[in-house]
Unconditional design. Structure first.
Length: 201
């Protein structure tokens, strides 16, 4: 049995079936050496994973704070490399700091262009809890850091009605700069006085 034949045979199998199959035939690869077996395993896994993503389309990418910044980078990487169709990825970040400059933000809005409901033009959005200071860092004037759109700002906080007020939100979708109608509307010093960094849902 040739390596090419085995790889072709793997296309129809799930990842679990692929790994089990390769482990069962591992002994026949001894003459090829460990590197050949590892290379075959990696290539076959990639084929199996790609076929699985074609069947099970879509994915959710999420993160909080610095994890939100990493999630946005991961979503852009996944979409731009075609690993998953960009229209089938959902990106949701909580308290994400500014991750790149204006050029990156504009590219992000084009690369990861997800449509959802009528009131949310993209399924790429950043959730901000009232006075969370992290979303305002690094400052815009410092190296031109900038957010991509769309921001979902919980302007009364996310305390689950503990204060007697309903948790309401505002949707801001300013493509040119951080929207001054959302969390950016707060006076900067006031943000630092009461920080909602830890309270998300």
């Amino acid at each position: 049995m040739s390596l090419k034949c085995i790889v072709m045979d793997m296309k129809a199998k799930s990842v679990q079936d692929l790994l089990l199959y390769l482990m069962m035939i591992k002994q026949s690869f001894c003459r090829f050496g460990t590197n050949s077996f590892t290379q075959l395993l990696l290539e076959s896994s990639e084929i199996a994973c790609k076929s699985q993503t074609e069947v099970n389309i879509g994915g959710k990418v999420t993160g909080h704070s610095l994890g939100g910044a990493l999630a946005s980078l991961a979503a852009a990487e996944i979409a731009s490399n075609g690993l998953i169709n960009a229209q089938n990825i959902k990106l949701l970040t909580l308290g994400q700091p500014r991750t790149g400059n204006w050029v990156w933000a504009a590219a992000m809005d084009q690369i990861v262009e997800f449509y959802i409901f009528d009131y949310l033009p993209y399924y790429t959005y950043r959730v901000v809890n009232h006075r969370d200071v992290i979303v305002h860092l690094p400052m815009r004037f410092f190296e031109g850091y900038h957010h991509y759109s769309t921001e979902i700002w919980y302007n009364n906080g996310m305390d689950g009605d503990e204060d007697g007020e309903e948790d309401t939100f505002i949707v801001c979708n300013d493509m040119d700069e951080d929207d001054d109608n959302c969390s950016n509307s707060l006076w900067q010093l006031k943000i630092f006085l009461k920080n909602n960094y830890f309270i998300y849902f």
